[in-house]
Ligand binder design. Structure first.
Ligand SMILES: [Zn+2]
Length: 451
């Protein structure tokens, strides 16, 4: 029997606690009292287990076991993204069906949070006395910009080593930098386009776009023929105010824009091809010329890549045009070797030449951990002891708590390749066997960090 098998003794307890946590509708931002309730749930559970527990503000806290100079930590979050439509089970009920566990947060990240806490309990029950203080750090605002860890680390020390089970296996040693920008004009200066709206969160490819256009019937016919030949679906409806066009594309995460179909960019292209850019206004003109269908920033003059992190990506995440508004939000993921100031200045220069303003609304610097960093061998050994093979080291455009760890921590699990977990989507779920494999790897990793 492997050491890690003993975590399986806590199977029932883990599933019971996870079902209670999933039942708390701790949707990030939407309901702060519910995210705090989810945080209190795990902290109370930790207190009942006999751990030293500390809450930091209303958004974070930890459970601690052991003594020593250094701390080592597992970071997980208890807030979730909205359930959305299309579920085949109740999103807020943990459901086991066809060899899979379903529920909002079962993978991202309530399942890993509960598992980490029970691993700490199993470590304590096994009689191991850690050489470091081992913490499980919980956050309740990961999905809305991670200010929870900002609050936490303003009061608490940064761990000497850590991992966050909030991504994929193997070990993520590199996260691209994230920059989110607003490009706007003082007022909408288009003559034919009255309204345009597309997208919600800037970190997603918008699946739907809407435009209100003031045009004649012959222009309208040409537009329909144009749209027929383009990717995406288009609906045209005449109203008292003009022609309404609904465009449908495909959503995707901003870190992988090539997996989506950007409804806003496509609809703007159709309008520009048909009417010419000048009548759509300076913002639409800039979007079409400088971004268009590109995902690599070529026309923005910011193409770059490196071996460790891959290529820069650009996503047009949101467009709002109306009587008193004219703005677009874009999300850029840049490689670790790139200079964010140079990227920003380049975009600013081009936008200002068209009479537009550019504002930085969010910036998360990149993460890059050296492959000989101690945490890498600790996690690699843990993975190998359960899976029998060494984990791959990889890079992502996504963002996790790891980037708050001063290059001493990484994302590690819980999703295995080939297991479609549908995080941030309907039917979020994980293969039950993989769920328990993750528990074993997590337990090994915590034990390794304690030695
Ligand atoms: Zn997450």
């Amino acid at each position: 029997m492997n050491f890690s098998d003993s975590i399986m003794d806590y199977r029932e307890d883990i599933l019971h606690a996870l079902s209670e946590l999933i039942a708390i509708k701790s949707v990030s931002c939407e309901n702060e009292s519910e995210t705090e309730r989810a945080l209190d749930y795990v902290l109370n559970k930790a207190r009942d287990m006999g751990f030293a527990v500390k809450k930091t503000g209303r958004v974070a806290g930890h459970a601690e076991y052991g003594s020593g100079e250094e701390t080592a930590a597992v970071l997980a979050h208890v807030d979730v993204v909205p359930a959305g439509d299309g579920w085949s089970t109740d999103p807020f009920t943990l459901t086991e069906k066809n060899g899979r566990l379903y529920g909002r947060g079962v993978v991202d990240d309530k399942g890993p949070a509960i598992i980490a806490l029970y691993c700490l309990k199993a470590l304590k029950d096994s009689g191991i006395v850690p050489k470091r203080r081992i913490r499980v750090i919980f956050g309740a605002a990961e999905e809305t910009g991670m200010n929870d860890m900002e609050t936490y680390f303003s009061k608490e020390e940064s761990p000497a080593m850590a991992f966050t089970p909030d991504s994929d296996y193997g070990i993520c040693i590199c996260e691209k930098g994230i920059m989110q920008l607003e490009i706007s004009s003082a007022r909408h200066d288009g003559t034919i386009l009255t309204e345009f709206q597309s997208g919600g969160a800037v970190n997603a490819v918008p699946a739907k776009a809407y435009a209100l256009v003031d045009c004649t019937e012959s222009e309208d016919n040409r537009l329909r023929r144009f749209a027929d030949a383009k990717p995406g679906e288009y609906d045209f409806i005449y109203t008292m105010d003009g022609l309404v066009i609904f465009a449908k594309g495909k959503a995707a995460h901003a870190s992988v824009p090539e997996q989506g179909l950007n409804s806003a960019a496509h609809l703007i292209r159709i309008l520009a091809d048909n009417f010419g850019e000048s009548v759509l206004g300076s913002l639409c003109g800039f979007i079409d010329n400088a971004i268009g269908m590109e995902k690599n920033g070529e026309s923005l003059g910011i193409v770059c890549s490196d071996e460790k992190s891959g290529a820069l990506t650009v996503n047009l995440g949101r467009v709002d045009i109306g009587e008193n508004i004219s703005r677009a939000l874009i999300d850029i993921r840049y490689p670790v070797s790139a200079d964010s100031d140079v990227i920003f200045e380049e975009i600013k220069k081009r936008a200002e030449a068209e009479g537009l303003q550019v504002k930085l609304i969010n910036h998360e610097p990149p993460l890059s951990v050296e492959s000989d960093c101690p945490i890498i061998s600790i996690l690699s050994d843990a993975y190998e002891s359960v899976m029998g093979i060494k984990p791959e080291l990889y890079s992502t455009g996504g963002g996790t708590y790891a980037r708050t760890l001063s290059n001493r921590g990484v994302a590690f699990g819980p999703a295995f390749s080939g297991d479609e977990t549908h995080i941030h989507d309907a039917d979020e779920g994980i293969n039950t066997e993989n769920f328990w494999k993750h528990a074993q790897i997590c337990f090994e990793a915590i034990k390794n960090m304690s030695e």
